[in-house]
Design a protein around this ligand. Structure first.
Ligand code: NOJ
Length: 564
């Protein structure tokens, strides 16, 4: 397996709107990020992934871009961005930009031109179709609810938008569109950035002819997964992009790819023939979905630990020596890691640190989402008025007004799964609005900021933050944690997730209790070792009586070095 800097890096995702506001307008900004770079350096991360900062009408918080070559006013200027990049590089932190190229904003000049007439040169930049007898061109549903088509009276046709109607999909079949996007990418790469996170990238190739989706649910519009994800020209487009653009720079790409198998991932991240370096797949974050529900996205079902092990192990083993994994437990679209996978109530510290151990000891590049390093949790706003996310607001309207569901039940779904759980402002200190802004924040701060905040975390050497910091150092000091082979042990154990990482004659053992119980268990006999050294743990560990017999306390995590 080849060795590269991006396999050895730890990435930190910043959602700029909620990170740090430097000018009191209630919205995080680029200068706010510059103020906190020393904090990131102290944490020890190598790369920052910056969610979109381009000009945008913010229908979807910047994932709807109206100018790829400029910064949105609320976040600052291009000069601020240049300074941010320079300040990061000065601290040896790399920057990857979010690249949203499946769609633009409907306020992008290309789309404004495109909608003016059927023969406008920009018409074919997007996917315009005639309707069918007063109906949309096909039955596809938008990922954000409703139809994926919007009628435009100016020309009497519909355009496709897999997300909101202010996010029209680009037509990747048009080679001019691809060249425009490649030029734009070069423009950023020439400024010295270190790579891209590619938004919704496996949606760029659709089934030719855009046929109806098969009817799988009782609804007017159907999720057209089979026609929009991993389409026939995906690999071809990405390989072209790599050949023409990316291969000329020392950068890396990470694709956001829902609904991929390990087979897709191997094709897409293959060193020679793939188009991407790594991707974010979501199987582990979707384990708690009830697929028989009318809306799996908002449903919940209990899952057990062997299911999680099966998913993670399949990704670890299938990609071994063939592709490259990423690891993340949260991002700006997901609930908070400690609330989703741990116990943010009774075992907040224990489960936040146990999950950190899990995140940072697998093979693949780890991604920490802002606030996770201090154990930020989901928020439970009582009123829908306090939510800001377009997906959440659309869903509330659809479920309560159209479907007639009980508003309280809908709020319970939102508390568990809304994207706004991850988007409440970063909790810096115990001051007003958690030190995020001196003004009125664009979204309320989680009321638990008086307990969970950076100020407290930094002052307490036993905090979640310092545990993350130590883990990152451990990963850096032990290449076995980056390149070592992963092997699961105790496969069927319901409480303990244990695995080894092996590189030549070095071997580490990771054991994680995923429950509030206190399981006692024996390591299997094939794990031979004469002695072991504890490298990190989230509890104080007394020397154990027998080398192979262990008892783990609630959400306990340990990493050992094993001596042959
Ligand atoms: C995925 C992004 O992560 C999400 O926030 C966004 O809404 C969609 N793609 C559309 O760009």
């Amino acid at each position: 397996m080849s060795k590269t800097w991006w396999k050895e890096s730890v990435v930190y995702q910043i959602y700029p709107r909620s990170f740090n506001d430097s000018n009191g307008d209630g919205i995080g900004d680029l200068r706010g990020i510059i103020e906190k770079l020393d904090y990131l350096k102290l944490l020890g991360v190598d790369v920052v992934w910056l969610s979109p900062v381009y000009k945008s009408p913010n229908d979807d918080n910047g994932y709807d871009i109206s100018d790829y070559h400029d910064i949105m006013d609320e976040f600052g200027t291009l000069a601020d961005w240049e300074e941010l990049l320079a300040e990061m590089h000065r601290r040896d932190i790399k920057l990857i930009m979010d690249l949203v190229i499946n769609h633009t904003s409907d306020e992008h000049p290309w789309f404004i031109e495109s909608r003016t007439s059927k023969d406008n040169p920009y018409r074919d930049y997007y996917l315009w179709r005639e309707g069918r007898a007063d109906r949309e061109p096909n039955n596809w549903a938008s990922i954000f609810g409703g139809s994926a088509w919007e009628y435009d009276a100016a020309t009497g046709e519909y355009y496709l938008h897999l997300f909101s109607k202010k996010q029209p999909d680009l037509n990747w079949e048009n080679p001019t569109v691809r060249q425009e996007l490649y030029d734009m990418m070069r423009w950023w790469l020439d400024k010295g950035i270190d790579g891209f996170r590619m938004d919704a990238i496996n949606l760029i190739s659709k089934t030719p002819g855009l046929p109806d989706a098969s009817v799988t649910r009782d609804a007017r519009y159907q999720f057209a997964s089979e026609h929009v994800f991993n389409g026939p020209r995906l690999l071809e487009f990405l390989s072209e992009m790599k050949r023409e653009v990316l291969s000329h720079y020392d950068v890396f790409t990470v694709g956001e790819t829902s609904l991929v198998t390990t087979g897709h991932a191997i094709d897409l991240t293959h060193e020679e023939t793939g188009g991407l370096n790594m991707l974010h797949q979501f199987e582990h974050t979707e384990l708690n979905r009830d697929l028989s529900s009318f809306s799996p996205r908002w449903s919940r079902r209990p899952w057990d630990l062997p299911e999680l092990k099966e998913v993670m192990t399949r990704w670890q083993k299938d990609l071994e020596n063939k592709g490259w994994n990423t690891h993340f437990l949260g991002n700006h679209d997901l609930p908070r890691a400690v609330s989703n996978f741990g116990d943010d109530d009774h075992y907040w510290f224990e489960s936040a640190t146990q999950l950190a151990t899990f995140l940072l000891t697998l093979q693949g590049t780890p991604y920490i989402y802002q606030g996770e390093e201090i154990g930020m949790t989901n928020v439970h706003f009582a009123s829908i008025e306090d939510y800001r996310d377009i997906e959440t607001l659309n869903m509330y309207r659809e479920f309560v007004e159209d479907k007639g569901l009980d508003p309280e039940a809908v709020m319970t779904m939102i508390h568990a799964k809304s994207r706004d759980n991850a988007r409440t402002p970063m909790q810096w200190d115990t001051g007003p609005h958690a030190g995020f802004t001196t003004g009125t924040p664009w979204m309320k701060v989680n009321p638990n900021y008086t307990k969970i905040n950076v100020e407290h975390a930094l002052a307490d050497s036993a905090s979640v933050f310092h545990y993350y910091r130590r883990l990152i150092q451990l990963r850096k000091a032990n290449p076995v944690l980056v390149y070592g082979t992963y092997d699961l042990i105790l496969d069927a154990h319901e409480q303990i997730y244990a695995f080894t990482r092996t590189l030549e004659d070095e071997r580490l053992l990771v054991i994680l209790n995923f429950t509030p119980e206190t399981p006692r268990f024996e390591l299997p006999e094939h794990i031979h070792f004469s002695d072991k050294e504890l490298l990190i743990s989230n509890y104080k560990v007394d020397p154990v009586e027998r080398i192979n017999l262990l008892t783990l306390r609630p959400f306990e995590a340990r990493v050992y070095r094993l001596f042959p």
